[in-house]
Design a protein around this ligand. Sequence first.
Ligand code: C5P
Length: 243
Amino acid sequence: MARRKKIYEGKAKILYEGPEPGTLVQYFKDDATAFNAEKKAVIEGKGVLNNRLSEFFMTGLSAVGIPTHFIRRLNMREQLIRQVEIIPLEVIVRNIAAGSMAKRLGMEEGTPLPRPIIEFSYKDDKLGDPMVPEEYIIAFGWASQQDLDDIVALALRVNDYMSGVMYGVNIRLVDFKIEIGRVWDGDFQRLVVADEISPDSCRLWDMETGDKLDKDVFRRDLGNLTDAYTEVARRLGVMPSNA
Ligand code: C5P
């Protein structure tokens, strides 16, 4: 097979040129990183699980009318996606205080928030993805006010969908991160959910035991990450062995 052109390599994924114009192939690696890549490991099977889980969530979002970049899964580790212009923001939605919010505000992890809270980080590994206010986003032209309103609406819809799906399998969606892409139809712009949605980018707590079923297992050395992701996949009926 002809060698494909690599477009971009990130910490957990590689993007290759796709078979048709306007498409890319997204390859899920087994690499896990945390604390802006200060902690690194290769976790066998993680890429396969995240490819399947991201397919599951993106397909579910499309089914409820939320547009995504996902076209179809190609194999165990790859999916075909639409090429989008990534807005350089990490959009974080929180339902329960945890992670950096709990630390920043001195809150106990697990404290429910009065309503879902959205925050933005500027995507820049060298800077450690600093949190930015809307004022910066608009002033520096990363997104317009209209884009931001649309992004907030999209993020809340994703939160509703994801919270509901996880609730159905006894898992609490504590928080998550999404990335948003622009797709152009002539002069008309649409915003779509891009990148991935997986236990790498969500906090997922078992509703009964409180066990963590997400990347915190790796960040905090709480056990076997593949086992945690496999449990999420099993509950959702997403079995990588059927790939
Ligand atoms: O670390 P923090 O508490 O800000 O993370 C909030 C949520 O965003 C977590 O679910 C985390 O996994 C996700 N996140 C991410 N990628 C980052 C930063 C945070 O997926 N670069």
